[in-house]
Design a protein around this ligand. Sequence first.
Ligand SMILES: C[S@@+](CC[C@H](N)C(=O)[O-])C[C@H]1O[C@@H](n2cnc3c(N)ncnc32)[C@H](O)[C@@H]1O
Length: 212
Amino acid sequence: MPRDAHASRMITDPTVLSVLDELYERERHIDWETYPWHADPHRHAATGFSLSPEQGDQLYLLARYGRASNVVEFATSLGFATIYLAAAVRDAGGGVVRTAELVPAKAEQARENVERAGLGDHVEFLVGDARETLAGVPDGIDLALIDGWAPSVSLEVLRVIEPRLRSGALIYNENLDESFIDHVRGEGSGYRSVTLLSGSEYKPKGELAMRM
Ligand SMILES: C[S@@+](CC[C@H](N)C(=O)[O-])C[C@H]1O[C@@H](n2cnc3c(N)ncnc32)[C@H](O)[C@@H]1O
């Protein structure tokens, strides 16, 4: 298979790549225009709503460059982004991704996917409402992914982990949540923040904030 046909241009471990490819293939053909959306997360136990492979690669690169060892994710879903993050943590020398998911059936599928990718030693699953479970993560967070959901809880999740972010920590908000952006760009917020662009049309793909 040509290199570009894989779900990652960063990851070379064939075991990790094969699980990422399989997860990506499951979602690639979904028509989001007609997808039966419902705000109850329990109604989407089989759907990943995963990051794009480009976003996964960006996260891998950021985590590896910063030698992140204390990583937090909202939310796990089926484990697509978790696998990029855990691979980066492992490849950079070790550490743990603590990932929160409300729907137990999704956390279970993610656990299987992470195990099959050979990354089980680098992931801790927190099952329940992230606004509660993430309150217990250890200090010194290096990198956090705050992914999207509607209605969005991005800012609430940020506020929960905020006291545990180390100076220089990066927070990637996938859904460009307006309240998240207002918070991190506000006067005296204690963050600096930039929108990441992606793809040939340079569409905004995420907000990347740094804790000062
Ligand atoms: C966009 S998906 C995450 C995608 C994932 N990061 C990936 O790349 O595969 C959002 C997830 O948030 C979960 N979720 C929604 N509200 C939640 C909450 N309050 N606490 C924890 N998880 C929640 C949903 O069940 C869903 O699986």
